[in-house]
Design a protein around this ligand. Structure first.
Ligand code: MN
Length: 367
């Protein structure tokens, strides 16, 4: 029997009416939702243009759905997106033990311009995630949505979700322009996450629009551009001394691949050494050593990242399925892993596909 694996990046699919049901009454007509506009189904999130939903999963078995709007939304994804029992069955069939759970619609909630609507959207999502998945099984490590424009409110919400049983703090990949992640203002956020042993994660495409280029090459250019956010964020956290000041803090760049990590480590250290007279703060160790100790990246299928593991450290790499999104490996996870890890020792494979995620998020399978 093949060993079980954990996925460091999987997704829930929020019910259509989550925010219309759960937001404070005076905000419900501005709730993030799915609606039919000009005959097309779109996400409506205040502050961003209506966005067409992705195509149906090739893995859909046709069981999900019902009448009207619900069928149109839900038949695009497997029921495991919102039903923990269905989800557990799918994981069992695919050889996956545990998952770190990220949202689908709520990924865009970080861009809501209004402070109250943004934070209440996060709180409603976090409540639903904890009630639906954390309460159902220890296999599900929920990542709480934590907007950071108001640091005090962010810390309050971290304290609240820690008590609800959520196990990671999801911050926007793109920090607010007026306050990048090297600002000492965020120290209370790093301290709260460290205190609760919650890794801080930064999912691709959060905090700024992932669709900026509309000209020739746009789809490919935008896919590259959103991935670059992980390099910037990790450089801010390592070079500014955040990781040095909070040695218990772990940071995870989610769904940006892994091959770039080697380049970033060398690039940061080159500046640290060759431009030493301009470097501030002068950290005790080069930036790469903090990333090797406390930084991680998730990937689904990234040959270059795996080849470079002796340089980055095996612990930096976290395998992820992206279930139930159509790009993900379900239901072919075993075959995918055998292909990706063809030349990798069983010990290293187990570290990347199970051990590090188990340690970071408490995703240990029973013996
Ligand atoms: Mn993802």
């Amino acid at each position: 029997m093949t060993a079980l694996v954990n996925s460091a990046d999987s997704h829930v699919v929020e019910p259509l009416d989550l925010w219309q049901q759960r937001l404070p009454r005076h905000l419900r007509d501005r709730a993030p939702r799915v609606a039919e506009v000009d005959g097309k189904w779109v996400f409506l999130v205040e502050g961003m243009p209506p966005r067409r939903m992705g195509g149906p999963s090739t893995n859909t078995d046709g069981k999900a759905g019902g009448e009207g709007a619900a069928a149109s939304q839900e038949s695009r994804f497997r029921a495991g997106g919102w039903d923990p029992d269905e989800r557990a069955r799918d994981l069992d069939a695919d050889g996956v033990w545990g998952e770190v759970l990220y949202p689908t619609i709520a990924l865009f909630g970080f861009m809501i311009p209004d402070a109250e609507l943004r934070m209440e959207t996060a709180r409603a999502y976090n409540d639903w995630l904890a009630e639906t998945f954390s309460a159902a099984s220890k296999r599900f490590a929920g990542a709480a949505m934590i907007p950071v424009q108001d640091v005090d409110a962010a810390v309050d919400e971290i304290e609240r979700v820690a008590a609800l049983g959520l196990r990671s703090v999801m911050l926007p990949m793109h920090a607010p322009a007026e306050r990048p992640y090297n600002s000492a203002d965020y120290d209370a956020v790093w301290a709260a996450a460290s205190h609760h042993g919650m890794p801080c994660s930064f999912h691709v495409g959060t905090g700024s629009s992932p669709w900026t280029e509309r000209g020739p090459g746009g789809a490919v250019i935008n896919y590259v551009e959103v991935g670059l956010g992980a390099q910037r964020t990790l450089a801010y956290l390592a070079a500014s001394g955040v990781l040095e000041r909070f040695p218990e803090l772990h940071v995870v760049m989610v769904e940006c691949g892994a091959g770039w990590l080697s380049w970033l480590l060398e690039r940061m250290d080159e500046a640290f050494e060759e431009h030493a007279q301009w470097v501030n703060p002068k950290l005790p160790e080069p930036p790469s050593s903090y990333v090797r100790r406390q930084g991680h990246v998730t990937f689904g299928n990234d040959a270059a990242g795996v080849v470079n593991r002796s340089f980055t450290g095996v612990e930096a790499l976290l395998w992820a399925s992206d279930y139930p999104h159509p790009e993900g490996t379900w239901p072919h996870t075993r075959e995918t892993l055998d292909r990706i890890f063809n030349d990798v020792s069983a010990t290293e494979r187990r570290t990347i596909t199970y051990e590090t995620t188990a340690a970071l998020y408490g995703l240990e399978a029973p013996a």
